[in-house]
Design a binder for this molecule. Structure first.
Ligand code: LLP
Length: 431
């Protein structure tokens, strides 16, 4: 199996976190997003422990909550004692509504509005990750107006392409995020930040990409950023207390993809940071990392009910399910790969090829093309694996299709974390 929280029981049903998925589908209906709470906690603890063991004191992971945002996930992260990254007033509001401590929130985003900045500061947000010159000016003015000093990090674009692993790649310098290092703008950014009366510069932030399988990309980012730290020390006598290397470690969506040993990869990044700091004679800053996907992806599974099978003789087979791009837009957007299984007959021979499609009025509403499955029948339960990250958070109401509920599974039982949306909910804002 692609992940050790998935198995098949004596009834031939797929199990997830030890639960019979067919029974859960009967109990809660479909489409249904299941989340394995124990797996989330294990993923978080792996990061937290590795960062505590290998990085300087005070280095903690931040959960990039864009990957999966709802009140219960923020409660879990608060209980586990890690920080979070939020990228909108909406994510921040949800975290605070769940009781997540504001001082442990890092607020990102390339275009925070004045209203966002005011809300964040009124809430007592820990750090604002400043993305641009105009944000620096706006933030300082608002902080002055409020009579506070706001802690900030500066988002710097180190110019690394995570997929080719080439440094100073124009593609990644050409980004809407952060301020470019290569052309000297980052240096001006630091000078301006240090001159602001109402902002306290605590360090730098960078993020190189997503679904990255090795540590080399993070080591490259660390090298470039630490070199910058050393240069800024010489130039402005400024040393950051914190360096945030961003998120991005990959997860296994397909059997043929590797399993990432996060602890081992983090140790490699730490070794690199230590070496580079020693070579540059600078103290090691607290290192932060911001994983989103790798904390929640393998904790998720989506269940659908099969509506029917359309066989275009001599051409292709389509299996239609009762969800689609509204609860999982990732194939439509990125041609993202997924592993699918027939949950209600998981022990049946896999002898059929079909494209699994959703119910939206759009040909692009494909969950996954050309999957191998037992031939499904109307009423079968179909599972899409590894849907914990960027599925619920990117869901929509296209065609006024309600969002599925989120059911958490732990050792004590199964419980609703997010209720099923209704058509009345969808009409709520219509005048
Ligand atoms: N930090 C920053 C500043 C980010 O922009 C991101 C992701 C993360 C952390 C978390 O990265 P992760 O560990 O999850 O790879 N919607 C896309 C993914 C977009 C990622 C955007 N930024 C998807 O469904 O694959």
């Amino acid at each position: 199996m692609i992940c050790d929280n998935i198995a098949v029981n004596a009834a031939g049903h797929l199990t997830f976190a030890g639960y019979d998925t067919v029974e859960l589908a009967e109990k809660y209906g479909t489409p249904l997003l299941l989340m394995d709470e124990e797996r989330i906690r294990q993923n978080v603890r792996t990061y937290k422990q590795a960062m505590a063991d290998f990085f300087p004191a005070g280095s903690v992971p931040e959960f990039a909550s864009k990957a999966f945002s709802c009140k219960q996930i923020y409660r879990i992260m608060a209980q586990e004692g890690i920080d979070i990254d939020v990228v909108s007033s909406g994510e921040l509001y949800t975290a605070l509504a769940a009781g997540f401590p504001a001082e442990n929130c890092f607020f990102h985003g390339n275009n925070k509005t004045d209203a966002d900045l005011r809300f964040a500061m009124d809430s007592g947000v820990g750090y604002i990750v400043v993305d641009s010159f105009w944000e620096l000016d706006a933030l300082d003015e608002i902080a002055a107006d409020k009579g506070i000093t706001q802690k900030i990090l500066l988002r710097i674009t180190p110019g690394i392409d995570p997929h080719t692993n080439q440094k100073i790649n124009t593609g990644s310098v050409d980004s809407k995020f952060g301020v470019t290092l290569e052309n000297g703008q980052a240096e001006v950014f630091v000078r301006e930040a240090l001159a602001k009366q109402h902002l306290q510069l605590c360090g730098y932030h960078c993020h190189v990409g997503s679904q990255v399988f090795d540590s080399e990309v993070f080591c490259d980012a660390a090298r470039i950023m630490l070199q910058f730290v050393a240069e800024m020390q010489v130039q402005y006598n400024y040393l950051p207390t914190m360096l945030n290397l961003g998120g991005g470690f990959g997860v296994r969506y397909l059997e043929k993809q590797p399993t990432v040993d996060y602890r081992a990869r983090i140790k490699e990044v730490a070794d690199c940071v230590r070496e580079v700091c020693a070579a540059l004679s600078i103290p090691m800053p607290r290192i932060m990392m911001e994983p989103g996907r790798s904390m929640v992806a393998d904790a998720g599974m989506t269940l659908y009910t099969v509506g029917g099978v359309k066989e275009i003789t001599g051409y292709k087979n389509y299996v239609s399910v009762d969800g689609g791009m509204t609860d999982n837009p990732r194939y439509a957007l990125y041609e993202a790969p997924y592993t699918l299984m027939l949950a209600s007959r998981a022990d049946a021979p896999v002898d059929y090829t079909a494209s699994v499609v959703g119910r939206c009025c759009e040909s692009g509403d494909v969950i996954q093309p050309n999957v191998r499955l037992p031939r499904p029948e109307r009423g079968d339960i179909l599972a899409v694996l590894t849907t914990g990250a960027y599925n619920y958070s990117m869901s929509s109401n296209y065609n006024r299709v309600p969002r599925p509920p989120v059911v958490m599974l732990n050792a004590e039982g199964d419980y609703l974390a997010v209720k099923r949306e209704t058509v009345e909910d969808i009409c709520r804002l219509d005048v």
